[in-house]
Design a protein around this ligand. Structure first.
Ligand code: SIN
Length: 326
């Protein structure tokens, strides 16, 4: 069967794309994750020769996304991708943690078929919602791509999971791919590839996430360096309440090229000395930490703080953290 003749499966997970407000003019005071994926698809024109299958995996506001939800999505992705007659997946998702789910799936899924996440900045009930166009564009990409990997489609642009980041609170084009730039665009139903390189990628043993229940995954926290940061938070983290999981890793969203205050650095080195894995990323929206000789805390190999957190969690689970910068 030709790749383009295969089914596209659309998994609904919630988000603003499935959100509803009481008033059609209200694009902020809505509830995310209400409209079923079948109903969202009913508003999208697709080519007559395409067979679409819809499945509602969950209905979440993605601010509440967590490791258990990732595993539930991963399990459904693996199920559908293993079917010979399925060519690609589309996943509808909230914008707020979309880059984290995309990055996790990119690390955990086989790379042979496309998986395209999409979203919306306005609820489905808005006078002019952006979700239907984003969903239509995501389906175009999924059907026509012909190569594997995890992508994000929003506002006509296509981003790769390794690069994409939400950078705006309210603009319809809320995502950016940093220095590598977007992978491409969807223009009038056509895929336009810009052919840009991509940033760091993590690859893991496919079984790694199944060996440990998500609630027992290593706890990795993110701390910021900021004016006045003195490291006291790290000391508190290392002495958790009896009923909470011990911190196994810390990602520091450092200033500039990975710098931290003297107080925070001492606290991080003390944590390292106690066996906690510490990784330095940057709080800068663009660029990444360039390693300098003699650094005592390893850098995040190009990953943003939230993605470095996922990579470190997967590594602590026993995975391998391979990154490549092209
Ligand atoms: C969410 O992330 O689920 C809500 C916000 C959004 O989708 O824009």
């Amino acid at each position: 069967m030709q790749a383009s003749a295969k089914k596209v499966v659309v998994l609904g997970t919630g988000g603003t794309i499935a959100g509803v407000a009481r008033d059609r003019g209200d694009t902020l005071g809505y509830t995310a994750g209400v409209i079923p994926i079948r109903d969202l698809l009913a508003n999208v024109a697709v080519s007559a020769d395409l067979e679409l299958v819809a499945e509602q995996v969950m209905q979440l506001d993605s601010k509440d996304m967590n490791e258990s939800a990732w595993c539930a999505i991963l399990q459904r992705c693996r199920f559908w991708l293993a079917q010979d007659d399925v060519g690609a997946l589309v996943i509808t998702h909230g914008t707020d943690t979309l880059e984290e789910t995309a990055f996790f799936l990119d690390a955990a899924l086989p790379p042979d078929k496309p998986v395209v996440l999409t979203c919306a900045m306005r609820p489905a009930s808005a006078l002019v919602p952006d979700g239907p166009q984003n969903l239509a564009d995501a389906i175009v990409l999924a059907k026509g791509l012909g190569e594997g990997g995890v992508y994000v489609v929003c506002a006509g642009l296509v981003h790769q999971a390794c690069d994409v980041q939400k950078v705006h609170t309210d603009r319809l084009d809320a995502f950016d791919s940093g220095d590598p730039g977007p992978w491409g665009a969807i223009v009038a139903g056509q895929i336009r590839k810009y052919g840009r390189g991509h940033g760091p990628k993590v690859t893991i043993d496919p079984d790694i996430v199944e060996r440990t229940a998500p609630q027992n995954w290593p706890r990795v926290e993110i701390v910021f360096n900021h004016a006045g940061a003195d490291g006291a938070l790290i000391a508190a983290m290392l002495e958790p309440a009896a009923d909470s999981r011990k911190v196994a890793g810390i990602v520091v969203a450092a200033t500039g090229n990975g710098t931290v205050s003297n107080g925070l650095e001492s606290a991080l080195l003390a944590a390292q000395g106690r066996g906690v894995r510490v990784v330095r990323s940057t709080r800068c929206a663009r660029g990444s930490v360039t390693p300098v000789p003699g650094a005592r805390v390893p850098d995040s190999r190009g990953l943003s703080p939230v993605k470095a957190r996922i990579a470190l969690m997967l590594e602590l689970l026993g995975g391998h953290w391979f990154t490549s910068q092209q």
